[in-house]
Design a protein around this ligand. Structure first.
Ligand SMILES: [Fe+2]
Length: 365
């Protein structure tokens, strides 16, 4: 054994056994002899031994009871215990090993063999500890790397979303606000215990960044239509609608390379279904009710609310109360009635978000 001397605790009610054990082991180990299980537990408050040599037959707490208490305590459970006893029948040995002892040695014992077996157990314990700390370091490293990948992913998505907003000059701050509304609506659903079967399977760290991509297909819409200072005609509206298919195609291409990505699955739901309507009159597929992915149903309320309260070249900015009335009016036709119900309960929070962005915009001027 290299390095610091290992510590061995000997527990035996017989004083001469304790003295013999100490004399035998003291040249190799730091030895603490104690005459009872009660004294062992007292000493364990001050010293954590590398191994315990435990007698079985002792008055009051015997060795079997003592090892049960050791194994039940997280601080002591990993200390290897060797029974050293004159109870030399097979059943007792089996019972001792079943209780978690690493070895069971009969008295009288061979001194060199006792030392060898103690050293073996110390070596195994040392190796176990090394594996445990290595595994701990690996887990730490993996979660650090995951966090790095996650924040890199978010930064890239935010960059894409910002680029999209730069192109669409009338929708400043829209994506960030919509993301806030979706977060609030999810919290509202959770508070009311709605759709929990589905929400409990979600990872919110993936959903919220994916929301930013919902209009990514607008990247393929001509500038003249995207920023037309007036209402779109029929043909232009048709072209505008293709932003959903363009978006689906873009996300599907990435999914081909990463089919297991939870983030991309959410992204596909919001990109592909955010213009579907509860009554089946939306596009591109005319999905109805709960056929529409929940993420997209949430986004529909968030997106429309924010579009309503924002100024566009072809429409005035509605007041919060007007927008709220339009959303409520769309309950069960355009929007999921459950989500509108939750929205109604938290409309003041929506209003606060709009005010906060307005204040930020003034500060930026
Ligand atoms: Fe859209």
């Amino acid at each position: 054994m290299e390095g610091k001397r290992k510590t061995v605790l000997i527990v035996d009610d017989n004083q001469s056994n304790l003295a013999t054990g100490k004399n035998l082991l003291k040249l190799r180990f730091e030895v603490y002899p104690v005459p009872s299980a009660a004294r062992m537990f007292e000493l364990l408050q001050k010293v954590t031994p590398d191994l315990i040599l435990l007698d079985v037959e002792m008055p009051e707490t015997d060795g079997y009871e003592a090892i049960k208490c050791l194994k039940a305590n997280r601080d002591f459970a990993d200390i290897p215990v060797i029974f050293l006893t004159s109870k030399n029948d097979e059943r007792s040995e089996m019972y001792g090993l079943d209780l978690g002892a690493t070895d069971y040695i009969f008295k009288p014992f061979s001194p060199p063999l006792l030392i060898k077996r103690i050293e073996n157990q110390l070596l195994i314990a040392q190796q176990k500890q090394a594996i445990k700390s290595h595994a701990g370091e690996l887990t730490k490293l993996v979660s650090q790397k995951n966090a790095e990948v996650h924040s890199l992913q978010n930064a890239i998505i935010m960059a894409i979303a910002n680029l999209m907003e730069l192109r669409d000059k009338y929708t400043g701050g829209h994506i960030a606000r919509v993301q806030s509304y979706v977060k609030m609506l999810i919290e509202g659903l959770v508070r009311h215990d709605y759709y929990m079967d589905e929400i409990s399977m979600w990872n919110l760290d993936l959903i919220l960044p994916s929301v930013q991509l919902y209009d990514i297909g607008k990247i393929g819409i001509p500038e003249s239509i995207l920023n037309k200072p007036g209402e779109l005609n029929l043909l232009e509206r048709e072209i505008m609608r293709t932003h959903v298919d363009i978006g689906i195609e873009a996300v599907n291409k990435v999914i081909e390379n990463m089919p297991e990505s939870g983030f991309l699955r959410h992204a596909l739901h919001v990109v592909g279904s955010h213009h579907e309507k509860w009554d089946g009159t939306g596009y591109p597929k005319g999905l109805r009710e709960e056929e529409i992915p929940l993420e997209a149903r949430l986004l529909a309320v968030a997106d429309v609310y924010d579009a309503l309260i924002s100024w566009r070249p072809y429409k005035k900015a509605y007041t919060h109360d007007e927008a709220k009335a339009i959303i409520e009016d769309g309950s069960g036709t355009h929007f999921d009635p459950v989500i509108v119900h939750v929205f109604r309960g938290m409309e003041k929070e929506f209003y606060k978000v709009t005010q906060r962005y307005r204040a930020d915009a003034y500060e930026g001027e």
